[in-house]
Design a protein around this ligand. Structure first.
Ligand code: SF4
Length: 111
């Protein structure tokens, strides 16, 4: 889920020509610690594989998949969720598997 700050919500609301309160009510929900999160998956601004607010997208969108930020291990589960649909995550995890000599053990099959 993409986290959105109040200034980001205000900015995108202005771009869309709606009041900030309306934008928040229609597009965001409160998470843990009152963090505001996008309330829809897939995102409402995604149309035909393109972001309709790309120039004004949120910091969380700009940073995705956030592999360059500290705390990767704490975000591993959510990163792994996008393994099959994000080529950046796929390629990084596949490179890590090679680097770390990760392998899937072959279990004996009983007959
Ligand atoms: S980049 Fe655009 S379409 Fe993708 S999650 Fe962010 S706002 Fe939504």
């Amino acid at each position: 889920m993409i986290e959105v700050t109040q200034p980001e919500a205000d900015r995108v609301a202005e771009v869309m020509g709606v009041k900030s309160d309306q934008f928040v009510a229609e597009n965001l929900e409160k998470g843990i610690g009152q963090r505001m999160l996008m309330n829809a998956i897939p995102c409402r601004f995604l149309e035909v594989l393109s972001c309709t607010i790309y120039a004004d997208r949120f910091a969380g969108c700009r940073e995705f998949p956030a592999l360059h930020l500290p705390g990767f291990t704490a975000r591993y589960f959510t990163t792994r969720m996008h393994y099959a649909r994000c080529p950046i995550i796929f390629n990084v995890l596949e490179a890590l598997k090679k680097e770390l000599c990760f392998f899937t053990p072959v279990l004996p099959v009983s007959v």
